[in-house]
Design a binder for this molecule. Sequence first.
Ligand SMILES: NC(=O)C1=CN([C@@H]2O[C@H](COP(=O)(O)OP(=O)(O)OC[C@H]3O[C@@H](n4cnc5c(N)ncnc54)[C@H](OP(=O)(O)O)[C@@H]3O)[C@@H](O)[C@H]2O)C=CC1
Ligand SMILES: C[C@H]1O[C@H](OP(=O)(O)OP(=O)(O)OC[C@H]2O[C@@H](n3cnc4c(=O)[nH]c(N)nc43)[C@H](O)[C@@H]2O)[C@@H](O)[C@@H](O)C1=O
Length: 324
Amino acid sequence: MSGANKNAASPSFLSDKSAKVFVAGHRGLVGSAIVRKLQALGFTNLVLRTHAELDLTRQADVESFFAAEKPQFVILAAAKVGGIHANNTYPADFIAVNLQIQTNVIDAAYRFGVKKLLFLGSSCIYPKFAPQPIPENALLTGPLEPTNEWYAIAKIAGIKMCQAYRIQYSWDAISGMPTNLYGPHDNFHPENSHVLPALMRRFHEAKVKGAEEVVVWGTGSPLREFLHVDDLADGVVFMMDSYSGLEHVNVGSGKEVTIKELAELVKEVVGFEGRLVWDSTKPDGTPRKLMDSSKLAGLGWTPKISLKDGLVDTYSWYLENVKQ
Ligand SMILES: NC(=O)C1=CN([C@@H]2O[C@H](COP(=O)(O)OP(=O)(O)OC[C@H]3O[C@@H](n4cnc5c(N)ncnc54)[C@H](OP(=O)(O)O)[C@@H]3O)[C@@H](O)[C@H]2O)C=CC1
Ligand SMILES: C[C@H]1O[C@H](OP(=O)(O)OP(=O)(O)OC[C@H]2O[C@@H](n3cnc4c(=O)[nH]c(N)nc43)[C@H](O)[C@@H]2O)[C@@H](O)[C@@H](O)C1=O
């Protein structure tokens, strides 16, 4: 149980499609996209556990799982995730659950001989007033956005844990920092979800009911960068195969829109014809968080799906899978 891989750079991830890959959180937005991508590439030995089958906050259960299954690769997409309201309302859950899941999985993966692990953070790790676009080295250079600082602190700890294990054990743990994501299998909860699925559902329900207006939170002025989750999954596989470094890597689309522009676009895709009403009692969150993804572009990866196409795809999935 001590050893694990001493080589910081593993053999190519894509060279062995029969390798055992544990995708943690495979029923979520990101995990399900990664599973689709790996299956499309021909991976035949994916290890998957639902939350009910394996609670990753329970250290002993996580260790028993790794001891029994001995996966060769781990992609950690299980986490406590939510939008601005959920982050603001459940700070204890966001810090504690995320610290527990990532600490248990990263440590067990190392100790039970996993060759390579990819940890997923988020663009909220960066200071609220970071330079734009935000380079990787802006980490820990200023105060965080208060609405998500608990989640951000957990994610920063995950990055640092991967770095520490790489430094001390020469173990191949890497971290990807996605921007705001969306797509099939997103969480469409009315309050706890992120803005894009929340608005898609609200516009859809308003259209069905023939409502004249839809309430949108905040002022509409914050800027956000959105990436379709299928692009993210492609980027994750690219990093598993091509990146073995100490520093975390930004994964973004490079394109930002105001929340007002996003709301107008979602309204158009859904076909709602009424008015938008802004509820300025709700928080805006960070004013802008466009990431600098030139490091990943320099390694050879760029996204492909436009926001408009991604919205059309997501709404079509919503209509088939979510609406009552
Ligand atoms: N969505 C986004 O916009 C962004 C996401 N990310 C990151 O991507 C990763 C995945 O996020 P996303 O797919 O959106 O999140 P989801 O909420 O869609 O999925 C998270 C998954 O983790 C599982 N999970 C949660 N807690 C546990 C637990 N204790 N034990 C086992 N499984 C658990 C969930 O299962 P269950 O539902 O059954 O609890 C779910 O399948 C996270 O690390 C997140 O920080 C980064 C940037 C943006
Ligand atoms: C991915 C990222 O997600 C979270 O950060 P966020 O980007 O602020 O996330 P959000 O999608 O919830 O909001 C974006 C903007 O949109 C506005 N907004 C309008 N109307 C609705 C609405 O109906 N719901 C939501 N949620 N937001 C709305 C909202 O007021 C805000 O200005 C982090 O907590 C953290 O988890 C993280 O890493």
